[in-house]
Design a protein around this ligand. Structure first.
Ligand SMILES: Cc1ncc(C[n+]2csc(CCO)c2C)c(N)n1
Length: 220
């Protein structure tokens, strides 16, 4: 069985829980309160600024120059595609640069990015791809499921449009293929650790929706 299929199956419960989370279904039917979405945008901008650094660490840990270049291009595309989407949302939601700059990330945003940094700093490129792949792949599957949904809220329509396109599909497939190539070459112990990273990131993806939906705060 392809390694990508194995990890996808191992994480399936978290993925199914994401598909039916009220944050996700609320984007599709327009019932998600805008203040939850605003909370998501603020914490997601923090997440993405970490994510681009982790992709760049992947570039630094790659074995060959073409992969260095591709991972660096992925970091660049996070900056361009994701953050420009956020710039649009921030303007529509009245999020100021000052508010974004002084944001203290919510516990789940902090924990998820810390998990990614841990995988990236302690592991090799395979660990990094395994840890970051749910971010790409889950959003792609959600984008596909939400195609055709017509929420009244234009911001939610924009969000749906961003993740369903063919350009995004190619980026996801490239990372899936990279995961499978690396998994063929490494040891079973490496594969077990990579699987664990994928499952943990999938769990955090679910928690991220829940964090935003509930506007999670530090208890003290
Ligand atoms: C919590 C969270 N998880 C995944 C994404 C989506 N995402 C982040 S980076 C990237 C790949 C390059 O664009 C994708 C698809 C998000 N925005 N927030």
């Amino acid at each position: 069985m392809l390694f990508s299929k194995r990890v996808r199956e191992a994480a399936n419960a978290s993925w199914e829980a994401s598909f039916t989370h009220p944050f996700v279904t609320g984007i599709a039917d327009g019932t998600l309160p805008l203040d939850s979405f605003r909370f998501y945008v603020l914490n997601d901008a923090y997440y993405l600024s970490c994510f681009a650094r982790i992709q760049a660490l992947g570039a630094a840990k790659a074995d060959d120059l073409p992969t260095v270049s591709r991972m660096a291009a992925h970091a660049q595309s996070t900056y361009e595609a994701e953050l420009s989407l956020h710039a649009k949302f921030s303007a529509l939601l009245g999020i100021t640069e000052e508010e974004q700059r002084t944001l203290r990330p919510a516990p789940t945003a902090y924990a998820y990015t810390s998990h990614l940094f841990r995988a990236a700093y302690t592991g090799h490129l395979g660990d990094i791809i395994a840890a970051i792949l749910p971010c790409y792949w889950l959003y792609y599957e959600i984008g596909e499921r939400l195609q055709g949904a017509q929420p009244d809220e234009p911001i939610y329509r924009e969000w749906i449009a961003a993740y369903g396109g063919d350009g995004f599909k190619q980026l996801v497939q490239e990372q899936v293929d990279r995961l499978d190539e690396i998994a063929e070459k490494v040891t079973e112990a490496d594969r077990e650790r990579m699987l664990d990273h994928f499952v943990t990131s999938s769990r955090y993806e679910y928690q991220f929706w829940d964090m935003a939906y509930r506007k999670e705060q530090w208890p003290v």
